[in-house]
Design a protein around this ligand. Structure first.
Ligand code: GLP
Length: 239
């Protein structure tokens, strides 16, 4: 994680001197737990005045949220972000935007969230993890490059993958989520995909093996002019 934390520290410093930078795009998942922990440790070493400037200018939009979970639910992505980033850095809840999983009409909420993001200028630097079936955000396969922010049905494999947080029972994982689409992701200025661990080796290879393919949503990243891939040796199959 050191290399990407070095990079993000530099990017965040640069943003301090940028007029109205576009919002950060943030992700959740186990991969990001290590990233946020390392980033927070690094940022806490900043001088008080730089940290205060970072805090006051913070604006981020997350990729996704489970439908049916409110922001106070321990398994919501809103709660994850509060615990791992907002609280340790002293950010206000309203500086971190996520879709409202408890909204009565998820389709409308997806549209509202997308409009809110457009009004904020679209994503600047977007952080991404890779799902076991090749999804990014919750863009489940098959998925086209123009898919917008929307409410989606989660695949059985994804609910299985994320079951650990729900007592290991995949039926307890919400069946739907609101996610930014491939369209909003590709509209970001720069994309950073982090892939770690041996369980991701095969999907990582497939995603980048044969060009863009709707059955592997992450493969649309090949279309973006500024993508950085951060991988560990295990994900590369080297250990
Ligand atoms: C989840 C999230 C993604 C995340 C990915 C990988 O389902 N919707 O945003 O990046 O799958 O998760 P993990 O890091 O836990 O493997």
């Amino acid at each position: 994680m050191d290399a990407i934390v070095d990079d993000w520290e530099g990017q965040l410093r640069k943003r301090l001197n940028t007029v109205a930078p576009r919002p950060l795009g943030l992700a959740t998942g186990r991969t990001m737990e290590l990233f946020y922990a390392a980033l927070v440790r690094r940022l806490q070493q900043w001088s008080g005045s730089d940290l205060e400037r970072l805090r006051s200018g913070w604006l981020s939009f997350n990729l996704d949220e489970y439908v049916g979970l409110s922001s106070t639910h321990a398994n919501s992505f809103a709660f994850y972000m509060k615990q791992r980033l907002a609280d340790p850095l002293g950010l206000l809840p309203e500086q971190l935007h996520l879709p409202d999983g408890a909204a009565a009409q998820p389709d409308l909420e997806a549209r509202r969230y997308s409009q809110e993001l457009q009004r904020a200028g679209g994503i600047g630097l977007q952080l991404l993890g890779l799902g076991g079936n090749g999804h990014i955000g919750f863009n489940e396969p098959p998925c086209g490059a123009d898919a917008p922010c929307r409410c989606v049905q989660l695949c059985a494999a994804t609910r299985e993958q994320n079951a650990a947080a729900f007592g290991g029972v995949s039926d307890q994982v919400p069946a739907r989520a609101i996610t930014l689409g491939i369209a909003e992701i590709l509209a970001a200025q720069e994309l950073h995909l982090i892939v770690t661990g041996a369980t991701k080796t095969e999907i990582l290879r497939r995603v980048f093996a044969n060009g863009c393919d709707p059955s592997l949503p992450a493969s649309w990243l090949l279309r973006h002019p500024r993508v950085r891939l951060w991988v560990d040796d295990a994900a590369l199959g080297l250990r």
